[in-house]
Every structure is written in structure tokens, then in C-alpha cells.
Design a protein around this ligand. Structure first.
Ligand code: NAP
Length: 250
């Protein structure tokens, strides 16, 4: 099946590295114009430059997605240049792991604001033009931690579970306007976020005991699921959590 995109523009957060970079590059390969957001100008700039060098269309935008006022200002500027941003992928995320008794309030707040509140801010600003255009795709990158829980990740799993609730509610709110809202829940994927686990043979062997497919995933695995959910062909899919996790959360 060839996935189709009709003259679409996407904004991908956390596009500087890892999963977000793979999603941005894959959307661009399908002809989508991609606004690549990350915290540092260097990383989103490198992704946008790689897309343009490969013949695609991209723009880099450095914004701290945890800062609601900064997101509002960035969205306002973007909507002057692009009347509709048709596709929003909320992917930016961080971890600040620790058992609850040792978790600081700052670590709790940083993870909730970066991983969860960021989705509220971007969606609030970008979804209105989508609803007016009566076409839109929103994909929130959650985690198996948000489905199953994970000791040491109270902040992260709460944020990721919150993204699932947000996804299902917004799917209901926007369904009448043909704007779909779905979540992708990665398992353990090889990126900077998981380097410490993946490169530690003892830890990685323990993790893989819980993965039926017995391997770590690649950023491209998450990009494939996400790009499908953003395509024309996924127009009848909304409110779903698509686990791409080697079978962990089945
Ligand atoms: P990563 O390699 O650490 O990359 C994270 C990206 O998010 C970077 O581009 C980073 O920007 C950006 N980012 C972080 N905080 C930001 C902020 N405040 N404002 C703007 N951008 C910010 O992570 P990843 O592994 O690709 O993970 C991507 C998403 O998948 C995350 O939401 C993560 O929770 C989720 N996930 C990952 C795994 C996994 O195994 N890797 C599993 C489940 C879920 P800079 O480049 O500027 O630093």
C-alpha cells in the first residue's frame, strides 16, 4: 500500500534526535513539509538541513515545549506562514527516573510539563485551524510505561498515561471535524534516551526477558506506525493506542 499525503504540512516536536528525527525524515520522504522542533537550535537545524539535502521541505524551530508562553508565541508566528499545520506529532520527551521517595518535585514537574503539558499547549494552538479545515492528524508518542507502569518512573508513566487520556478525549472532541487523534506507545527503542540500558549487557538481557520479540526496536519502527496514522489511509482510525513494543504490553 502506498501511503498518500496531499500537500500536507506537519510539526514534529523532539525532531532533533532519535524517534522524532526518524518521524520527521519519513514524513518528508512522503512529500510532507516538516517543521522540526527541538530544544536546541543545533539539533532541529541538523534534521531540517538533512531533509532539505535529501530533496525534502523542512524548517527548523527551537522552542522549549514545556514553556506554554513560548509555544503560544511560536504557534502564532507559524500560523502566519502556514495557515494550517495539518499534522501534529507530539514526540518531545525526557526522563528523570528515580523511586518515588527519592524523586524531587522538580523532577516530577519537569517530566509532566515536557512530556504532557506540551501536548496540551501545541494541540490547543494548532488544532483549531485543523478543525476549520475539517482534516487533521494528531499523534502523541506515549510509552509502554504509560500502559503498564514501570518502577522508578512515577513521573514519566503518569505523564505518558496522561497522554493516553488526552488522546482519547480529544479524539472524541475533534471527531466531528475529521481530525483524528491517536497515540503510539513505543517499547524499548535504541536512541540516546536508552543508550545506558542498551549498552549494558546485564540490564539489556533483563529488559529483553520482558520483550517477546527479544530485541530492542529501532526509531524507524516507530516512524512507520506514526506515518501510517498521519496518512490519508488512516482516516477511520481515532482514539487508539498503537503499541510498537515487540509485544511487551499485549
Ligand atoms: P531522545 O533521543 O532523547 O530525543 C528527545 C528529543 O526531544 C530531542 O530532540 C530533544 O531536543 C527533544 N526535547 C526534549 N525536551 C524538550 C523540550 N523541553 N523542548 C523541546 N524539545 C525537547 O528521545 P527518544 O528516545 O527519541 O524519545 C522520543 C519520544 O519517545 C519521547 O517522548 C519518549 O518518551 C518516547 N519514548 C521513547 C522510548 C525509547 O525507548 N527511546 C520508549 C517509549 C517512549 P534536543 O535535541 O534539543 O535535546
Amino acid at each position: 500500500m502506498t501511503l498518500t499525503f496531499t500537500n500536507r504540512t506537519a510539526l514534529v516536536t523532539g525532531a532533533g534526535r532519535g524517534i522524532g528525527k526518524a518521524i520527521a525524515e519519513s514524513l518528508a520522504q512522503h512529500g510532507v513539509t516538516v517543521i522540526c522542533v527541538s530544544k536546541s537550535a543545533d539539533s532541529c537545524g541538523a534534521t531540517a538541513a538533512a531533509i532539505v539535502a535529501a530533496g525534502g521541505k523542512a524548517k527548523a524551530l527551537a522552542v522549549d515545549v514545556a514553556d506554554g508562553a513560548a509555544v503560544a508565541k511560536a504557534a502564532e508566528e507559524l500560523l502566519k506562514e502556514y495557515p494550517v499545520i495539518d499534522i501534529l506529532v507530539n514526540n518531545a520527551g525526557i526522563t528523570r527516573d528515580g523511586l518515588l521517595f527519592r524523586m524531587s518535585e522538580a523532577d516530577w514537574n519537569d517530566v509532566i510539563s515536557t512530556n504532557l503539558s506540551s501536548c496540551f499547549h501545541w494541540t490547543k494552538h494548532l488544532a483549531r485551524p485543523m478543525t476549520r479545515a475539517r482534516w487533521g492528524r494528531i499523534v502523541n508518542i506515549t510509552s509502554v510505561s504509560g500502559i503498564m507502569g514501570n518502577a522508578g518512573q512515577a513521573n514519566y508513566s503518569a505523564a505518558k498515561a496522561g497522554m493516553i487520556g488526552l488522546t482519547k478525549t480529544l479524539a472524541r472532541e475533534f471527531a466531528g471535524r475529521s481530525v483524528t487523534v491517536n497515540a503510539v506507545a513505543p517499547g524499548f527503542i535504541k536512541t540516546d534516551m536508552t543508550t545506558d540500558f542498551v549498552n549494558n549487557p546485564e540490564v539489556s538481557a533483563k529488559i529483553l526477558e520482558a520483550v517477546p520479540l527479544k530485541r530492542f526496536g529501532e526509531a524507524a519502527d516507530i516512524a512507520a506506525a506514526t506515518v501510517f496514522l498521519c496518512s490519508e489511509q488512516a482516516g477511520y482510525v481515532t482514539g487508539q493506542v498503537f503499541a510498537v513494543d515487540g509485544g511487551m504490553a499485549m
